[in-house]
Design a protein around this ligand. Structure first.
Ligand code: FES
Length: 178
C-alpha cells in the first residue's frame, strides 16, 4: 500500500503537460494585445470628435433665397467635418475640410464641399445657382441633388445646429490633433 504522505514524483508526462500549458499561455499573452488593438483600435492620440464652431461670412438670417456661403474647417487645431451621409465617392463618416450653408426655397441645408464623383471641391455658381465641380464637370442643384454627371449621387450633408448667434454654426467634426 502506497504512503499517502509521500511527495508525488514528477513524471515525464506531468512535466510535459505543464511545459505545454506554460508555452500556450505565453503564446496567448503575447498574441492577445496586438489582436485586441487590431479589433478595437484606440483613437489616435489627440483626436477628439465633437461639434466644431464655424463663423460664417454671411449670417444665416441674412442669407437670401438661392444663396450659398462657403466655410472651412478650423485649422488651429487642425480639424475636419464628418459627413452625415453619402453616395458615390462620399460615405457617412468620411471627412470634409469645407462645406456650404445654402438657403434654398426657404430651407437651410449644410453640405460637405466634396464632389460625390471623385471628391474634388465643388464651388458655387452664383449665376446658375448650382454647385459646380471643376474636375469633370459634375453639377449639383442647390438642394444637393445631381444636375449633371458624371456624379451620380447627391452632395453629402453635414450635421449642424445653430450657434450662439446667426453668424455661428456648430458642425459635427473631429479635431485631428496634427
Ligand atoms: S470629382 Fe467632381 S466631377 Fe469628378
Amino acid at each position: 500500500m502506497a504512503d499517502a504522505a509521500a511527495p508525488r514524483r514528477l513524471t515525464r508526462r506531468t512535466f510535459l503537460g505543464w511545459w505545454i500549458a506554460a508555452l500556450m499561455t505565453a503564446t496567448i499573452v503575447t498574441a492577445l494585445p496586438p489582436l485586441l488593438v487590431f479589433l478595437w483600435p484606440a483613437s489616435p492620440k489627440g483626436q477628439k470628435k465633437g461639434p466644431l464652431a464655424v463663423t460664417l461670412d454671411t449670417p444665416i438670417d441674412q442669407l437670401s433665397d438661392g444663396q450659398a456661403v462657403k466655410f472651412n474647417a478650423p485649422t488651429s487645431p487642425n480639424s475636419a467635418f464628418i459627413m452625415a451621409d453619402g453616395g458615390g465617392d462620399n460615405a457617412a463618416g468620411d471627412l470634409a475640410f469645407g462645406g456650404f450653408v445654402v438657403k434654398n426655397q426657404g430651407k437651410v441645408d449644410v453640405f460637405a464641399i466634396n464632389c460625390s464623383h471623385l471628391g474634388c471641391s465643388v464651388a458655387v455658381n452664383v449665376t446658375a445657382k448650382s454647385f459646380d465641380c471643376p474636375c469633370h464637370g459634375s453639377r449639383f442643384h442647390l438642394d444637393g441633388t445631381v444636375l449633371r454627371g458624371p456624379a451620380a449621387a447627391p452632395l453629402s450633408h453635414l450635421t449642424w445646429k445653430q450657434g450662439a448667434d446667426p453668424a455661428t454654426i456648430q458642425v459635427d467634426g473631429i479635431v485631428l490633433g496634427f
